[in-house]
Design a protein around this ligand. Structure first.
Ligand code: G6P
Length: 369
C-alpha cells in the first residue's frame, strides 16, 4: 500500500491515532473563518438552508451512525426536524417528498452504491437541496450533490472506519451550526461558544487515546467472550452502536447495542455472568437514568465495563470496571467517547489474532448491491 505504516502494526491502529490531526484538519476552515455557510458548503448554501422544513440524512454502515448523532445536533442547535435512514431502505419505499428538506448523504468513499442510489431516488422524487459529507474528493456521491463538505481524514485503509467517522461528526456539527445560522437561530455568542468547544475536540481525543493501556487490559478479557452488549442513551446510543459494530467487524464477537432504556424490553433476558456489558456513561442529563440501568445489569450478575468521564463520579466495585474518559465535553461528547470503543475493538481483535485491517467477508467500499 502507498501509505506507510510507520510505527504502527495496522492501518486501523494508525488511523485511530491520526484522529486528533484528521479532526483538526477538517475543522480548520471553520475555526479560522467562523461559520461562513457558503464558504464551507458551497455558493448558495445559506439561501438554500434559510427556509428548510427538515433534514433527511441517508447513509450506510458507520456513516449512518454519524447521521444518528447528527440528528440530535440538528434538532437541538438548528431546531430543524431531522430523519436518518439507511440508503437501501429509503430507496425502495414510498416516501412523501418534501422539497424544502435538505437531503444529506454521508459517505467516506463517496462510492457506496446503496447511498448513491438513495441520492438518485431522492433526486427523482424532486429533491433539489442535496448535500454530501464525503472524504474522497470528486467521487460519485459529492459529484451528484449540489453542496459538498469534504472531511479531511486522509486516506482510510482499514476496512473498519475510524477517523472517517470522527471527521464526519465534526463536519455534521458544523452543518448543524450552519443551518442554525442560516435560519437566524445562532447568536454571535452561541457561534463563538460552539467554535470554542470545537477547538478543544482534538485535544480531548488525544486524552482519550492516552487511555489505550487501560482499554488494552479490558481487551484481554473481552477476547475470551463470545457476546457483548453495548449501552448508551441519547446521543451516546449511536456511540454504543458504533462500538458494537467495530467489535463484531474485526473481532467476530457477537455484539449488540441498545439504548439503555430498552434493556427491560428484551435484552435483559440475555444478561448473566457471561455477558460483558459496555456502558457509555458521560455526565449528561441522562446519567442518573443510565446508572439505574446499570443496576439492572448488576442485579442479574452482568459484568459492567463503564466509560465515564471525570464528572460522572463512578467508583470501581465488584463486577464494575471503570475507565475515566476526559472531562465532559458537552454536546460534542459523542466524538470523544468514540475513541475508547474503537480501541477496545482493535485490541480485542489483536488478542484474537484476526486480520484487523481486512476482516473476513467485508469490503472497504461496497459498490454492489
Ligand atoms: C462498508 C465499510 C464500512 C462503511 C460502509 C459505508 O460497509 O466496510 O466501514 O461504514 O461501507 O461506507 P461509506 O464509504 O459510504 O462511508
Amino acid at each position: 500500500d502507498a501509505v506507510d505504516l510507520g510505527v504502527y502494526r495496522h492501518y486501523m491502529q494508525k488511523e485511530i491515532h491520526e484522529q486528533p490531526r484528521a479532526v483538526s484538519d477538517t475543522i480548520e476552515g471553520v475555526i479560522d473563518g467562523g461559520v461562513d455557510v457558503d464558504g464551507l458548503f458551497g455558493a448558495g448554501a445559506m439561501e438554500a438552508f434559510k427556509d428548510l422544513s427538515g433534514a433527511l440524512i441517508l447513509a450506510s454502515g458507520t456513516s449512518y451512525y454519524a447521521g444518528l448523532v447528527a440528528r440530535y445536533w440538528i434538532e437541538s442547535l438548528a431546531q430543524l426536524p431531522c430523519n436518518v435512514e439507511l440508503g437501501h431502505e429509503y430507496r425502495y419505499r414510498d416516501s412523501i417528498p418534501d422539497h424544502r428538506q435538505l437531503v444529506v448523504t454521508i459517505s467516506q468513499s463517496g462510492e457506496t452504491l446503496d447511498t448513491m442510489e438513495a441520492l438518485k431516488r431522492a433526486k427523482e422524487l424532486g429533491h433539489g437541496r442535496t448535500l454530501s459529507i464525503c472524504n474522497v474528493r470528486e467521487s460519485a456521491i459529492p459529484r451528484a450533490s449540489k453542496f459538498v463538505f469534504y472531511t479531511r481524514a486522509g486516506a482510510e485503509i482499514g476496512v473498519a472506519s475510524t477517523k472517517a467517522f470522527t471527521t464526519q461528526l465534526v463536519s455534521l456539527f458544523t452543518l448543524a451550526l450552519a443551518i442554525a445560522k442560516s435560519r437566524g437561530r445562532l447568536s454571535a455568542q452561541a457561534e463563538h461558544d460552539a467554535l470554542e468547544q470545537l477547538r478543544f475536540v482534538p485535544g480531548s481525543i488525544q486524552h482519550a487515546l492516552n487511555l489505550e493501556p487501560q482499554v488494552q487490559a479490558w481487551a484481554e478479557r473481552f477476547a475470551l467472550r463470545d457476546h457483548a452488549l453495548f449501552l448508551g442513551r441519547g446521543m451516546h446510543y449511536p456511540v454504543a452502536l458504533e462500538g458494537a459494530l467495530k467489535l463484531k467487524e474485526i473481532s467476530y464477537i457477537h455484539a449488540e447495542a441498545y439504548p439503555a432504556g430498552e434493556l427491560k424490553h428484551g435484552p435483559l433476558a440475555l444478561v448473566d455472568e457471561n455477558m460483558p456489558v459496555v456502558v457509555i456513561a458521560p455526565n449528561d442529563q441522562l446519567l442518573e437514568k443510565v446508572k439505574s440501568n446499570m443496576q439492572e445489569v448488576r442485579a442479574r450478575g452482568g459484568e459492567l465495563y463503564v466509560f465515564a468521564d471525570l464528572d460522572s463520579h463512578f467508583t470501581e466495585s465488584e463486577g464494575v470496571h471503570v475507565i475515566r474518559t476526559p472531562r465532559y465535553s458537552g454536546i460534542l461528547s459523542p466524538i470523544v467517547h468514540t475513541i475508547p470503543v474503537q480501541l477496545l475493538a482493535y485490541h480485542t481483535a489483536l488478542k484474537r489474532g484476526t486480520d484487523v485491517d481486512k476482516p473476513r467477508n467485508l469490503a472497504k467500499s461496497v459498490t454492489v448491491e
